[in-house]
Design a protein around this ligand. Structure first.
Ligand code: GLU
Length: 445
């Protein structure tokens, strides 16, 4: 693959979710692998549903993920290009005006469905004579426009799905321009893909039929056809598709949870593929390993657990310098020993905060601990100076004295010191706390 040019083309009608950014990532990786170009194209021809605030959030989210684009375009600024293509298609008799109201179309559809026939548009408007069209226009009726499909089976080799065939005979001629003059998705998309020299179009499987339709438009505009790859849709843990309306797993939310963007990218590049899920510390490393052909046709299941796991793998490998950079505002509390102590036990950056709190603020809650045991623990607590052997020494004394073993021996101490049943190794933790704090916490009831 040489200098592939790819694009991510979101409609700015909602916040991005993990499924959307998976498509962005796949396009990014295909271009990155070949030293090509990655373009952000905002599909905002639908003026009613497009909002500037979503354009801003799309850009912010991509930048958070490190999916930096080389160029950015907004379709609403490119209408003259679409007008030109429209005129070309019109001159070739490939588009025709239609006048049916939504109500009339709906009735036609329902009639076909009751007769158990596919609800394909009957092309009644194509049969209108020139003078009929003229008198409709003269009476003030505004047309909308359809593209005339052939009845071919369009075949192409999909980068992910292999041989794909789209039967255009089973499709209604797509509306490409509405009554109000706004273009619908198909024509601007093809015009831009041609104008931007897109070589690879990676998008969701819900666009397979559109690809068949668009191949006819590419041909009608005498253009080369890019390669297509239709990735399977991402579904949530319970098998539901993600949507812009369902805010779960919006990028916004992942940011709030302090998830590392590399964890999101690592997960997104490997779910629904034949490769093992692995944590990559950078997009460069990810691009080196990525092969689009490893993606599979079956739905990709997103898992919060897997994301947390990858996140914790990534974070626990960060050195102190990197973590201090990420947690600039916490630097008063962070030091290399603290980081070394907790890093294996956290899966998000916000958990660093939790541990800062546990170590520095009083522990609240009634844990029903055996008071007598804690008193013995106080009596046997070695005096300072402490070192890495202090914990072992203390626990051995306790064992000999109480005959307790394993969990019974150390769990009450862990709970008294941290208020939790799990966490960093106690031998390191007590060194961070020091004698006075350990003593103070053992005295709690
Ligand atoms: N705006 C379309 C979407 O968000 C773009 C599809 C494409 O990549 O062509 O689904």
């Amino acid at each position: 693959m040489n200098n592939s040019v790819t694009r991510f083309a979101p409609s700015p009608s909602g916040l991005l979710h993990v499924g959307n950014v998976r498509t962005a990532l796949l396009n990014f990786l295909v271009s990155k692998k070949s030293n090509g170009k990655f373009i952000l194209r905002i599909d905002d021809t639908d003026q009613e549903r497009s909002k500037d605030k979503y354009i801003d959030s799309i850009k912010e989210d991509l930048s958070w993920l490190g999916l930096n684009y080389d160029e950015c375009y907004q379709q609403s600024n490119r209408i003259t290009l679409y007008d030109k293509a429209f005129d070309i298609l019109k001159a070739k008799d490939l588009i025709y005006p239609c006048f049916e109201t939504p109500d009339e179309l709906d009735k036609k559809r329902k009639r076909l469905i009751t007769r158990r026939m596919p609800p394909v548009y009957d092309r009644a408007a194509l049969k209108l004579k020139q003078d009929e069209i003229k008198s409709l226009l003269d009476s003030g009726k505004k047309p909308y426009w359809r593209f005339k499909l052939s009845s071919k089976k369009i075949k192409f080799k999909d980068l992910i799905r292999g041989d794909v065939s789209v039967d255009l005979a089973a499709q209604s001629d797509p509306v490409i321009k509405r009554e109000d003059g706004d273009y619908l998705y198909n024509l601007p998309s093809v015009v831009d893909d041609i104008d931007m020299n897109i070589t690879h179009i990676i998008r969701g499987e819900d666009h397979i039929t559109n690809s068949g339709i668009q191949i006819e438009i590419f041909n009608a505009l005498n253009s080369n056809i890019p390669l297509f790859g239709h990735n399977s849709l991402l579904v949530s843990e319970n098998g539901e598709p993600f949507s812009k309306r369902n805010a779960a797993a919006s990028i916004e939310q992942l940011k709030e949870k302090d998830i590392d963007p590399n964890a999101v990218n690592s997960l997104n590049a490997s779910i629904g593929s034949s490769v093992d899920i692995e944590a990559f510390e950078s997009l460069d490393l990810l691009a080196d390993k990525f092969e689009i052909s490893s993606l599979s046709k079956s739905p990709a299941r997103y898992s919060n657990n897997q994301l947390d796991k990858l996140n914790s793998q990534l974070i626990s490998n960060y050195d102190f310098e990197k973590i201090s950079l990420l947690l600039k505002d916490k630097n008063d509390f962070l030091d290399a020993e603290f980081w070394d102590c907790i890093k294996q036990n956290i899966s998000t950056l916000s958990e660093v905060n939790d541990w800062i709190k546990i170590l520095n603020e009083p522990i609240e809650g009634d844990f029903n601990l055996e008071e007598n045991y804690l008193t013995i623990a106080q009596d046997l607590l070695p005096n300072e100076p402490w070192d890495s052997k202090t914990w072992d020494e203390w626990i051995l004394r306790l064992k000999e004295k109480t005959q307790k073993k394993g969990k019974e021996l150390f769990m009450p101490i862990r709970i008294a010191l941290t208020g939790k049943t799990n966490g960093p190794e106690l031998n390191k933790l007590i060194l961070l706390m020091g004698y006075n704090k350990v003593m103070e916490r053992l005295k709690r009831k």
